[in-house]
Design a protein around this ligand. Structure first.
Ligand code: 26V
Length: 801
């Protein structure tokens, strides 16, 4: 039997060159002498894309003829980043293209970075979905990703005088060469209106309807041996244009339907902290969920006739509660369109649906006012009530497990009740789910909650972003690690090999110089690549405690000034991340980092000792530069609050040592790399809960830690903000009196572990040994392992590789 990868025509350089010339001329309509860098990039992208088409068709065909179980991953966010370099490296075309493009007299590196970074997500949840797409193709699982084709992804961040400023992002301004519009795959999606009931039959007549139009992007796995589809929905009006107002001369009114409809897929919500009950957000959720389910049911019925068999043929994964409306929507389709009675419809739907929880933070759990839900989705509101009653009747103590509570629909409870399996994303997080938010539901349905610890794709996050380490690994242990990351264990004995350690350290040095060059060009700053690169990159959130990190920097500044000749480990603290535009505290933390940074950076006594760097607009592409250059990875959330983390995995597998709390996947990372190769500090999740229960008093911790007391006084008195001395009054008061995230409680142990890290840094051999052991022991955190876990424990679906 032919392997799908045999269908990737072995691309000889001459054919590739001709294909690029062809696309430049006939697809882009440009002559080489007039072509811009972007024209060349589009031509190269098309030439590469052509090579993915054969395996893509072949995969689709094989899944269809073998009637393989299909997995549908429904996610409001796919944070995919750039696609060209990823595709080139997956297909093994890097060397060939570098020389072909060079021969056209075009800068290959510049061509790759000309691609805008597709930022259709906020952070961890969206990037996980992108890693899963890569892994599902690489392990050969029949899968479709479904999401929204936002016209504007996550905002662009800049700093104005140290404050975050936001600008609309515009990735579709240029042609997006990877997608295929599917005008034939369109579905009308209704909103509002009324429901009429005739006996057992309900008919929903929506007040407005928009069209969901699909755009497909092939997702090639490693070496193109399999290729799944990412289908993103764009909202279009049913009629582009109203002729009647146009004829009257009212041109605005003529275009109104199109403006209204297109609003639904216009922009990604940039707030991943609070679930405010915004009508447009609910419409986005229903829009993409309903379009996806219509598409899924249509594909099923194209070669099956009995909807009762849906659960054998398909598995749907809900990425958090954002698509949780899938439960009543599928019940609605089965009842109103396929004549199933309610209870059968509900059991079929539940047999198909699975739900992943990504956060326990109460303010991020979605709840929709019942009046809003009833107005936007009247048929669904009625079905949710019915599902709630049906479930309550089947259990003891029904009052503790109601979906409808205080005039709101609790989407987590709906998702739990409507799902066959519910999973957390790290061992700790799954335990906390069972003990806290889903305690009552878990007791009623003890088989439902399972754990699937997150992972990251080793293609993008090691092979592609770290060419220096990639070639060392390939030279040393061969290339099989790319699809079997446990093979990194072959490095274990080499941790004690001086020559290997030196090569490993040299790769790190190369990556640090690459980052230093980049920051020189983009920000005009100079970094000493021999200093420790101490990196915290993630969304700005109080619970992630960027504040504690910058307080540590300020305390270090005081300590170094007092004792400049001490053997300080030279450190460059690098921050990256965006704050939700409405998150006042997070934006103030950004300003504080920039204020403290400016003070430290201009102090000549800090030269060669301490520096603060915060490049604006952290995104996937910047992560690809920062992660391979990190020596120290900051994973310092208040224990119990970071569901898993995935940046922690990327940094460790690239040879950074972690300083972290016992939170999320840090715990499992510590078990894997060994306690000698990670720096763990702070309260445990149980201690955090107990401290809170006993009545936490930050003032006593501050009084007991003069270093912390001193910097808080400095900050409060305006030492870092002489232009506005009162800027941080509230922030400091909050730390002194409330400190929900327990910065004061953990500060001493954070300071102490950072001092140990300074000592460890001076033992260069010891540090590099630990770095090698981090890489060697992180294989388990491949998202290939995670996906095989979902396939086995949740989806009951097969994999070809
Ligand atoms: C939440 C919300 C709340 C409602 C409004 C819009 C919105 C948009 C995004 C989110 C996502 C927050 C949840 C999230 O990203 N969780 C992260 O998921 C990662 C993948 O499982 C995990 O590694 C992180 O620890 C977790 O914070």
């Amino acid at each position: 039997e032919a392997k799908i990868q045999d269908l990737v025509p072995e691309p000889d350089a001459a054919a590739l060159r001709r294909s690029i010339e062809y696309h430049l001329k006939y697809t882009t309509g440009k002559d080489p002498s007039a072509a811009t860098l972007t024209d060349w990039r589009l031509a190269v992208s098309r030439a590469v894309r052509d090579l993915v088409i054969a395996p893509w068709f072949e995969t689709t065909q094989r899944v269809y003829t073998e009637d393989q179980k299909r997995v549908y991953y429904l996610s409001m966010e796919f944070l995919i980043g750039r696609l060209l370099e990823d595709a080139i490296l997956n297909l093994g075309l890097d060397d060939k293209l570098r020389s072909i493009v060079g021969n056209f007299d075009v800068d290959y590196a510049a061509l790759l970075t000309d691609e805008p970074d597709a930022a259709l997500g906020n952070g961890g949840l969206g990037r996980l979905a992108a890693c899963f797409m890569d892994s599902m193709s690489t392990v050969g699982l029949a899968a479709y990703g479904y999401g929204i084709r936002y016209n504007h992804g996550l905002f662009r961040q800049s700093f104005e005088n140290g404050w975050q400023a936001e600008e609309a992002e515009d990735w579709l301004r240029q042609t997006h060469p990877w997608e295929f519009e599917r005008p034939e795959a369109h579905y009308p999606i209704g909103f509002g209106g009324a429901v009429s009931v005739d006996g057992a039959k309900a008919t929903w007549t929506p007040a407005e309807t928009v069209l969901a139009v699909g755009y497909d992007t092939p997702v090639p796995g490693w070496r193109g041996r399999w290729s799944n589809t990412l289908r993103l929905w764009s909202a279009k009006p049913e009629r582009e244009f109203d002729l009647e107002p146009f004829n009257r001369g009212d041109y605005m009114a003529a275009a109104a339907p199109s403006v209204l409809a297109e609003t639904i897929s216009r922009v990604l919500y940039p707030d991943d902290t609070t679930a405010q009950g915004k009508e447009l957000r609910l419409k986005q959720e229903y829009f993409f969920t309903a379009a996806s389910l219509a598409d899924i049911v249509r594909r099923f019925l194209a070669h099956h006739d009995d909807v009762a068999k849906l659960p054998q043929s398909i598995a749907i994964q809900l990425n958090d509660t954002h698509p949780a409306i899938a439960c009543p929507e599928l019940v609605r389709l089965l009842m109103d369109h396929h004549g199933q009675p309610f209870e059968t419809a509900f059991e079929i739907a539940r047999g198909c649906l699975h739900y992943t929880n990504h956060t326990l933070m109460p303010e991020a759990l979605e709840r929709w006012p019942t009046d809003l839900m009833g107005r936007v989705l009247p048929r669904h509101m009625a079905l949710i009530e019915r599902i709630d009653d049906h479930h309550a009747k089947s259990v003891k103590r029904p009052e503790s497990v109601k979906i409808l509570d205080g005039g709101e629909v609790r989407m987590g409870d709906l998702a739990f009740i409507g799902a066959r399996r519910v999973n957390g994303v790290s061992a700790l997080h799954t335990e906390l789910m069972k003990q806290t938010v889903f305690k009552d539901l878990h007791e009623l349905h003890p088989e439902r909650v399972v754990n699937q610890t997150n992972g990251v794709t080793p293609r993008r996050w090691l092979y592609n972003c770290n060419p220096a380490l990639r070639s060392l690994l390939n030279d040393t242990i061969g290339e099989t690690w790319v699809t079997d990351l446990d093979r990194l264990e072959a490095l274990l004995p080499l941790a004690d090999d001086t020559a290997f350690r030196a090569r490993f350290a040299a790769a790190k040095d190369t990556n640090k110089r690459r980052l230093a060059d980049h920051l020189k060009h983009s920000m005009g700053i100079t970094l000493d690549p021999t200093a420790m690169f101490d990196i915290q990159i993630k969304r700005i959130h109080e619970y992630k405690r960027q504040l504690m990190n910058i307080l540590h920097a300020a305390a270090l500044w005081n300590a170094i000034r007092q004792n400049p000749e001490k053997n300080w480990a030279p450190r460059i603290k690098i921050f990256g991340g965006k704050a939700a535009p409405g998150y006042v505290m997070a934006k103030l933390a950004i300003k504080l980092i920039n204020d403290i940074g400016a003070t430290i950076n201009k102090d000549p006594a800090m030269a060669g000792r301490l520096q603060i760097v915060y490049p604006p607009n952290y995104n996937v592409s910047m992560a690809e530069l920062l992660i391979p250059a990190a020596d120290l990875s900051e994973q310092i959330s208040t224990a119990g609050m970071e569901a898993s983390g995935t940046g922690n995995m990327k940094l460790s597998v690239n040879g950074a040592l972690t300083v972290g709390t016992l939170d999320g996947a840090n715990i499992e990372i510590g078990e894997a790399v060994g306690s000698d190769n990670i720096f763990i500090f702070g309260l445990t999740a149980a201690e955090v809960a107990a401290t809170r229960a006993a009545g936490y008093d930050p003032a006593s911790h501050i009084a007991a830690e003069p270093r912390l007391a001193e910097i808080l006084e400095q900050i409060a008195s305006g030492a870092f903000s002489p232009d506005d001395p009162g800027r941080y009054t509230d922030l400091v008061t909050n730390l002194r009196e409330h400190d929900w995230f327990m910065v004061a409680a953990d500060f001493s142990s954070y300071w102490d572990i950072q001092s140990k890290i300074d000592e460890a840094w001076h033992d260069r051999d010891g540090w590099h040994r630990s770095a090698v052991l981090n890489t060697a022991r992180m294989g388990w955190f491949s998202s290939d392992r995670t996906i095989r876990g979902y396939a086995r424990d949740i989806w009951n679906a097969g994999t070809a590789y």
